[in-house]
Ligand binder design. Structure first.
Ligand code: ATP
Length: 492
């Protein structure tokens, strides 16, 4: 029988734990809510996703460079960015269960429910009413909508709600000795500000000419009130962000460019096209003149994975004002084009993707329970159809048996391949069982060393998806594997 989305999602979560991809943080102490650890295979997969992004954004673009800025920043940064005053979520409490919810999230869930029930008119009306209330920061209207649509607390089942209030999402901590004079600092809620404050450092030291981009990958922290759906919404997570600095007036062109380029990056992984969609924002943040989300169809509905924002010159201008330092670019090219040259504050297009959400999406997409039953016997396998470039282990190497010099030969092969590929050696269990275990962790190739290998220096290579095996020369292995795991397959 076909599994429901809910069952499938639960299977992905337990698979992620069983095979060492993701663990709950501090699990032996019953966990810490909305914080997760990546295990031995999860950290490899995460690194490979990072590498794919870095390759595509930084190394494939001559005019984009990468940085790694600190998590701690001067407290004034968050004043300038608007986070101290405005990084709030509208929250509502249920008086009976004492549980706190994001008001807009309760309404979003209702919209999804209406859509599932085919009540598209009702869904669209609620969406536009909610957008209007959020745009106008009309908190009492958000409460009205919750009441009007009969939304009950999932825990208590009652509709006994408090008023909607704003709640700041930043974590703060003490900087320096805990004594007098110590300052409150924040754990950054986004990586973008580390790029903005370094705009001139990078532009000058790298002699960057507009248009150019600065990218970085790093941790961000948000005290999310509702944390659900596994690693979808965490309190500590990782972002991969790129700020692209352009001439004022060219922002629209570059916004459209990055919209297409980013979707292409996602789709290169072979995800079915209908699993992705753009969600253009109607309600724009105060700093933006255009914004869209790239959404993926998770088992719990279409949700944002990446945001692309045209942020105007808001951030750099704010930092000019708060730091008293000029954040301007001297555009010599304008002079050469015959236009009066001058200084200006560049406009910015931002692409911001959540690494953990990308990780979840990748696992969900790859996870497959395959029925291999024949008339004679029932059989099945679980496999992760990961793109070979992303797979945590590229090649598993097995001696057919534990004797006759086969382990030594297998290790010899491993010693030549391990410089370029993440390899795993396994000699326990029957060969079929070893193949299945590699299928479950997404290893694209298994190499088996048998007695013939000792005679003619050939091995079998078994392909994960087709389960086909072919006999190849040991000398050709490196080329065969390199060809399949190359970034070229994704980026050319
Ligand atoms: P959401 O509306 O889902 O809270 P957001 O619009 O606040 O997301 P941005 O501030 O645009 O998100 O951050 C960019 C990306 O960072 C998001 O597209 C998402 O992939 C990721 N992200 C944001 N918050 C979290 C979180 N709490 N846990 C994991 N990833 C997150």
């Amino acid at each position: 029988m076909a599994k429901t989305n809910d069952e499938q999602f639960k299977n992905v979560i337990s698979h992620a734990k069983e095979y060492g991809f993701v663990f709950q943080s501090s699990e032996i102490y019953d966990g810490l809510s909305a914080v997760y650890d990546y295990g031995q295979l999860g950290s490899e997969l995460k690194n490979n996703i990072k590498a794919y992004w870095w390759k595509a954004m930084v190394q494939m673009h001559e005019n984009i460079v990468g940085i790694d800025s600190a998590i701690f920043m001067h407290p004034k940064v968050w004043k300038a960015s608007g986070h101290v005053d405005g990084f709030n979520d509208p929250m509502i409490d249920n008086k009976d269960s004492k549980k706190r919810y994001r008001a807009d999230q309760l309404l979003e869930d209702k919209i999804t429910k209406y859509e599932k029930e085919g009540k598209t008119d009702k869904a669209a009306k609620l969406q536009s009413d909610m957008d209007a209330a959020l745009t106008g920061e009309n908190l009492s209207e958000l409460k009205n909508l919750i009441e009007e649509h009969g939304i009950a607390c999932p825990i208590s089942g009652t509709k006994n709600w408090t008023d909607v209030r704003q709640f700041n999402l930043m974590f703060s901590t003490q900087f320096g000795a805990m004594a007098e004079g110590s300052d409150e600092v924040y754990l950054r809620p986004e990586t973008a500000q580390g790029i903005f404050v370094n705009f001139l450092n990078v532009q000058k030291s790298g002699r960057m000419k507009i248009p150019f981009g600065i990218a970085q990958i790093g941790k961000a922290f948000r005290n999310e009130v509702i944390a659900r759906q596994f690693i979808m919404r965490m309190r500590e997570f990782e972002q991969m962000e790129m700020q692209f600095f352009v001439r004022p007036g060219e922002d629209k062109k570059w916004f459209d460019y990055w919209k297409i380029a980013r979707l292409k990056w996602h789709q290169a992984l072979g995800t079915p096209e209908n699993k992705y969609r753009f969600h253009d924002h109607v309600k724009l943040a105060h700093y933006a003149n255009a914004a869209t989300d790239i959404e993926f169809e998770f088992p719990f509905g279409f949700k944002e994975v990446e945001g692309i924002h045209s942020r105007t010159d808001f951030d750099l201008k704010q930092h000019e004002q708060f730091s008293g330092k000029k954040m301007q670019y001297f555009d010599n090219d304008l002079n050469e084009e015959g236009k009066p040259f001058g200084n200006y504050v560049p406009y910015v297009i931002e692409t911001s993707i959540g690494l953990d959400r990308m990780f979840l999406l990748t696992l969900i997409n790859a996870f497959e329970e395959q029925d291999l039953s024949t008339e004679e016997k029932q059989d099945s396998r679980t496999l992760l159809r990961l793109h070979p470039a992303l797979a945590p282990i590229k090649v598993a190497i097995f001696p057919l048996t534990k004797k006759d010099g086969l382990p030594e030969k297998a290790k010899e092969i491993m010693d030549t391949l391990k410089f370029d590929f993440n390899c795993m050696y396994e000699e326990k269990d029957a060969i079929g069982k070893r193949y299945r275990r590699q299928d479950a962790i997404g290893t694209p190739f298994c190499v088996t060393v048998d007695h013939q290998s000792l005679e003619d220096n050939t091995v079998t290579i078994r392909h994960r998806d087709s389960m086909e095996q072919e006999r190849v020369a040991i000398a050709d292995l490196e080329k065969i594997i390199a060809n399949k795991v190359s970034w070229k397959n994704l980026l050319a």
